[in-house]
Design a protein around this ligand. Structure first.
Ligand code: PLP
Length: 289
């Protein structure tokens, strides 16, 4: 199922910037969302090579990664189990996980912290299971995300992406370095105090001055929003006809707009924003709009 792809690169014509493009990884698949597809690609390959038939992973109740893993497992003929952080709940994301046949083990926050212990307790004796860390974070994920660079034109001056764990950003940085490009990678941490992302990226790839972190666009922290962000998101979607989400991609797009108003970019510089997907959750946000 993980055949090579080339998601569209679409110019954002209704922008003040004359050379702003969006890499539409959200169009890779509706359920195996953007960067989660790239992150799972080599994990599933590794699982297959090791003759594993059951993926075991971890996430919060609104995790795009859980839905992606559930869908990828079902399409690959594999079983899937997820440890879900917190008390038992149901929402539109977990409905999809269940429909794809994923077994959910709700796990209190304290127990959840030690993922390896959770895994061992249930699957320690099992030789068919394959451990996938929260969000798919792994060297395989970095390798998958690095491939994105081969789908972009070499004259890109700035690439933007949102970061949760920083694994996707690490892959893109690796791709830039391997290609020998001068391109700057601008990372927007969606959590508070986002400087830790630099350390996370550095675990996978030596951080060079290609990397720029913009830590002031978290809007209060992970999954937190503010009226200005929601208003921006509505306008962006109506202007461009491209859905974005308040947890990740709206924060990235807001950052680009804000830097534009500060005349951060030179005229005509080619800028690519990575649309990492993650649109399933917006249907559950009806109280916000
Ligand atoms: C998971 C996710 C991210 C964050 O990816 P990391 O590799 O954890 O930094 C960004 N955007 C979307 C839409 C996501 O679902």
């Amino acid at each position: 199922m993980f055949t090579d792809l080339n998601s569209p690169l679409q110019q954002l014509k209704h922008s003040r910037l004359s050379n702003l493009w969006m890499k539409r990884d959200d169009l890779i698949d509706p359920y195996i969302s953007g960067n989660k597809w790239r992150k799972l690609k080599y994990l599933l390959k590794d699982a297959a090579e090791k003759n594993k038939n059951h993926l075991v992973t971890f996430g919060g109740a609104y995790s795009n990664h859980l839905v992606a893993t559930a869908a990828a497992a079902a399409r690959s003929g594999l079983q899937a189990t997820a440890f879900v952080r917190g008390e038992e709940v149901i929402n539109e994301m977990l409905v999809l996980c269940k429909l794809y046949g994923m077994q959910l083990i709700f796990t209190d926050r304290e127990t959840y912290k030690d993922k390896v212990a959770c895994y061992r307790k249930y699957f320690g004796e099992n030789t068919d299971t394959y451990f996938i860390d929260e969000g798919g974070a792994s060297t395989e994920a970095v390798k998958g995300c690095a491939e994105l660079i081969s789908e972009l034109p070499a004259d890109v001056e700035h690439i933007f992406c949102a970061a949760g764990t920083g694994t996707t950003a690490a892959g893109i940085l690796k791709g830039i370095q391997e290609a020998g490009w001068k391109t700057k990678l601008h990372v927007i941490p969606v959590l508070k105090s986002g400087n830790f992302i630099r350390e996370e990226i550095n675990k996978y790839v030596a951080v060079t001055d290609h990397l720029l972190l913009h830590t002031d666009y978290h809007f209060g922290g992970y999954a937190k929003t503010q009226p200005a962000l929601l208003e921006f998101m509505k306008q962006f979607i109506a202007n461009h006809g491209i859905l974005i989400d308040p947890v990740y991609t709206a924060k990235m797009c807001f950052a680009i707009q804000d830097l534009t108003t500060q005349n951060y970019f030179k005229n005509e510089e080619k800028i690519v924003a990575i649309h990492t997907g993650g649109l399933l959750g917006i249907m559950g946000m009806k109280e916000k709009f």
